[in-house]
Write a protein that binds this ligand. Structure first.
Ligand code: IMP
Ligand code: MG
Length: 333
C-alpha cells in the first residue's frame, strides 16, 4: 500500500502530524520525504516539539526514513536530523540534490525573491535553477553521504507490500504550476509532483490523503482570500509562526472554493482536517467521533458533502494520537 500525504492549502496544514499518526497507527515499512529544507514539518510527540526539514515525520514509528530523488537536502540539516532520529534507518536517494552555501547566498542576495515573494531564503530555488541547468551536485557526489545512499524508487517497490508513506511539503497553492504564481515555491507540490519526486507512477499510489487545516494560513507574499487583520486572527486564537523562519503567518477563515480546487488538483481518496479544536474548543483532544461537539460533527459532515470525498482523519490536538480516525468506518477494513 502506497499512501501520499499532500497539503491542500499554502503549507502548514499539519501534514507532519497526520504523517506521524499514520506512522504510529499503521507502522509502514518505509516513509519517504519529498521537498526541501525550506519546509519545516512540526510534530509534537510526548510533549516535545520536533521541526523536521529533511526527514519524514514518521520518526515516531518504526519505519525506514528516506529522502526522495526529487528532493533537495542541505548537508548540515541532513546530518543533524539523521543523528537525532537514528542514522541506521536513514536513507537518501543517490539522485537527491544538494543545496550548497552558494545557493543560499545567491537566494538571499535576490531582493525580488526575498522581499516581493517572501522566500524562506534556504537556497532551494537557486539549487533548482542549477538542477535544471544540469550543474547541481547530487547526493552521490558527496563521499560523506555514501553510508546513507539508496535507490529509493526501488525501495518503494520492494516495500510497498508492507506500507509506504510519501510525505509532500508546502501546499497545493504554493505549487510552481498550480499555485498563485509567482508567489509560489520552486517545485510542484501537488500529489502528482510528490509521486514524481519519489519515483512512483500514479497507478501504484493507493491512497492520497489531502490535508486541510480548519482555517487557512500563508507566509510570505501572494493572495490570501478573506485575509483577517492580525487582531482578529489573535481573537480567534489562530496565530501561528513559520516553523523555519519564525515569521507570523497570515490568517484567513476556511475557504471552500480553495478546498474544492485542491480536491480537483490532487484526486484525494481521503481527506484529513487538522485543528478542528481551533474552530470548536470542546473538540480538543477527542479521539472518538461521538465525543466531538455536535456543531463540529455538523461542520465536518457539511464539508464532506461539499467536497464529495470521505473525511477520514480529524486532528483535535498537536500530539500524533490526537486524531479521530474514521478510516475503518468510512472506507472499510
Ligand atoms: P521559497 O520556496 O523558500 O523560495 O519560498 C517561496 C514562497 O513559498 C514563500 O512565500 C514562502 O513563504 C513559501 N514557503 C516555502 N516553504 C514553505 C513552507 O514550508 N510552508 C509555508 N510556506 C512556505
Ligand atoms: Mg511547515
Amino acid at each position: 500500500m502506497i499512501t501520499i500525504v499532500v497539503d491542500g492549502l499554502f503549507g502548514d496544514t499539519g501534514k507532519g502530524k497526520i504523517t506521524a499518526y499514520l506512522a504510529l497507527r499503521d507502522s509502514p515499512a518505509l516513509c519517504v520525504r519529498t521537498g526541501a529544507p525550506n519546509a519545516g514539518h512540526t510534530v509534537v510527540y510526548r510533549g516535545v516539539q520536533h521541526v523536521l526539514r529533511t526527514l519524514p515525520s514518521c520518526f515516531v514509528g518504526p519505519s525506514l526514513l528516506a529522502v526522495a530523488p526529487g528532493a533537495l537536502i542541505r548537508l548540515d540539516v541532513f546530518f543533524a536530523e539523521a543523528e537525532k532520529y537514528g542514522a541506521a534507518r536513514v536513507k537518501v536517494d543517490e539522485g537527491a540534490g544538494v543545496i550548497e552555501q552558494a545557493h543560499v547566498e545567491r537566494e538571499r542576495a535576490d531582493e525580488y525573491l526575498m522581499k516581493a515573494i517572501g522566500s524562506t531564503g534556504q537556497g532551494v530555488g537557486a539549487a533548482m535553477v542549477d538542477r535544471v541547468l544540469r550543474r547541481l551536485r547530487l547526493a552521490r557526489d558527496f563521499p560523506e553521504l555514501s553510508p546513507y545512499l539508496a535507490d529509493v524508487p526501488a525501495l518503494i517497490q520492494e516495500l510497498k507490500g508492507k506500507g509506504v508513506v510519501i510525505e509532500g511539503t508546502q501546499g497545493t497553492f504554493l505549487s510552481l504550476y498550480h499555485g498563485t504564481y509567482p508567489y509560489v515555491t520552486s517545485r510542484d507540490t501537488t500529489a502528482s509532483g510528490i509521486a514524481s519526486e519519489a519515483g512512483v507512477g500514479p497507478k501504484d499510489v493507493d491512497e492520497v490523503v489531502l490535508v486541510f487545516k480548519s482555517f487557512v494560513t500563508r507566509v510570505g507574499g501572494g493572495p490570501l482570500p478573506g485575509e483577517l487583520p492580525p487582531e482578529e486572527a489573535e481573537r480567534r486564537g489562530w496565530i501561528e509562526r513559520g516553523a523555519v523562519t519564525g515569521r507570523p503567518r497570515r490568517v484567513a477563515p476556511f475557504n471552500l472554493e480553495l478546498a474544492k480546487r485542491a480536491v480537483a488538483l490532487n484526486s484525494p481518496t481521503q481527506i484529513a482536517i487538522t485543528k478542528l479544536d481551533a474552530l470548536y474548543k470542546d473538540a480538543a483532544g477527542k479521539t472518538r467521533w461521538e465525543d466531538l461537539p455536535q456543531e463540529a460533527r455538523a461542520w465536518v459532515d457539511w464539508l464532506e458533502d461539499q467536497l464529495n470525498k470521505p473525511i477520514t482523519l480529524i486532528g483535535t490536538g498537536p500530539e500524533p494520537d490526537q486524531v479521530v480516525d474514521l478510516r475503518r468506518a468510512k472506507l472499510g477494513p
